[in-house]
Write a protein that binds this ligand. Structure first.
Ligand SMILES: [Zn+2]
Length: 118
C-alpha cells in the first residue's frame, strides 16, 4: 500500500485530502517528517508509522498530533500566510509556532466551548 484516503476536510473553503501512507512513500521517505502538507495539490500525507516499535496508544496520539500540525500548516497556507512572512523571520513557517497550535488546539477549543466563545 502506497497511501489511502482517510478523510476529506475543508480548510477555509478548500477541500484537502488526508492520506495515510507507508513511511517509504516517496513524499515521506528521507524527508525526516512523518507528515507533509502539499498546499498545491491540497493533500496532507501522514505516515502510518509501520516502522515504529511503539505501543498503538503512542502511535495513535502521535498521529493525531502530526495531523493537527499539518492541518495548521494548511490553514496558514490557505490564509496566504505560508510565504509572506520573510520580514517577520518566517514566523508562519516556524515549526515551534505551528506545534504550538497543533499541541494547544484541543485545549483552546475546549476552553472556548466552556466559555461560550464559539
Ligand atoms: Zn511543519
Amino acid at each position: 500500500m502506497e497511501s489511502k484516503t482517510i478523510a476529506l476536510v475543508k480548510v477555509l473553503g478548500t477541500e484537502y485530502e488526508i492520506l495515510s501512507a507507508d513511511p517509504e512513500h516517496k513524499d515521506l521517505h528521507g524527508s525526516g517528517h512523518d507528515g507533509v502538507c502539499d498546499y498545491l495539490t491540497h493533500r496532507i500525507l501522514i505516515s502510518n508509522l509501520s516502522d515504529w516499535d511503539e505501543t498503538e496508544d503512542r502511535k495513535a496520539e502521535y498521529t493525531k498530533q502530526t495531523l493537527r500540525h499539518e492541518i495548521i500548516h494548511a490553514f496558514l497556507f490557505e490564509s496566504g500566510l505560508g510565504y509572506n512572512s520573510e520580514k517577520s523571520e518566517h514566523w508562519a513557517m516556524n515549526e515551534e509556532m505551528t506545534d504550538f497550535f497543533a499541541l494547544q488546539f484541543p485545549k483552546i477549543i475546549n476552553t472556548m466551548k466552556k466559555a461560550g466563545a464559539l
